[in-house]
Ligand binder design. Sequence first.
Ligand SMILES: NC(=O)c1ccc[n+]([C@@H]2O[C@H](COP(=O)([O-])OP(=O)(O)OC[C@H]3O[C@@H](n4cnc5c(N)ncnc54)[C@H](OP(=O)(O)O)[C@@H]3O)[C@@H](O)[C@H]2O)c1
Length: 275
Amino acid sequence: MMNIHHKLKLHNGTEIPILGLGTYSADGGRTTAETVKAALELGYRSIDTASFYNNEKEVGEGIKESAVYRSDVFVTTKLWNDDHGYDKALKAFEASLQRLDLNYVDLYLIHWPGKDKYVETWKALERLYDEGLVKAIGVSNFKEHHLKTLMSASNEKPVVNQIELHPRLTSESLREYCKRMDIKVEAWSPLANGRLLNEPTINYIAKKHTRTPAQIILRWHIQNDIIIIPKTSSKKRLVENASIFDFRLSMEEMNLIDSLNMNERIGQDPDKLLF
Ligand SMILES: NC(=O)c1ccc[n+]([C@@H]2O[C@H](COP(=O)([O-])OP(=O)(O)OC[C@H]3O[C@@H](n4cnc5c(N)ncnc54)[C@H](OP(=O)(O)O)[C@@H]3O)[C@@H](O)[C@H]2O)c1
């Protein structure tokens, strides 16, 4: 049985916890620091931030204020769209590291592919990786064609692709492609930003297991080997979202949740966010 410390091995040998805390719009300021600290003290070992979230400083504070060693925490941050290009990417990373007040990050991601600069940007990430300033490099919001272009022009393959993924957007073919390439898939908005919590099928399965709808959705992800980073600023929900390792969905229940797919996005289509 998995537990809160369960990790997935990335193709470069590093390991990422299957459960992390998302921090996008985590209510800013001290709330972020306090939520990060609370999550770590509850057993979370992975925090997802981004320069775009404007909270790297508070994420760093939360880690320092917790009783958990830095080396036991997996920190992900991301390069924002304005910072594409080799030199800009190096500068953006340095600024993120300073805001986090850390010596290294565990995973650095290109936040969005954009039009045509991501290969050049990736070269900067490869350099940061070679220099040991990041333990692993990956991407976010990349479709199969972006991954193919990137990999055909690069030495390093991304370890992770962080994509919008939930029962309304199951992206099976992209997941299948990532699996073949040994790129782990990480779900952003794993709870569809809270929009599926009243969905009847999810509620029917939740009742059967005496669990909450959120726990059913998160369990569906981890049974699919998907890394999850649900965001919450509530201590009660931090506990709830981590209490998913002591029950199992049947194949039939997994299939029922799969059937909720409508290819429906909350966020932008990466092919339409061109910069
Ligand atoms: N790479 C990208 O482009 C990208 C884009 C978006 C997000 N992300 C990352 O993914 C993380 C998660 O995505 P997200 O924040 O958009 O959405 P999410 O995690 O799917 O959902 C978060 C929402 O659900 C609520 N919630 C959390 N747990 C709950 C529970 N057990 N019961 C009821 N409601 C619950 C939260 O409210 P409360 O806080 O009030 O609990 C919040 O409103 C982000 O924080 C960010 O780190 C990445």
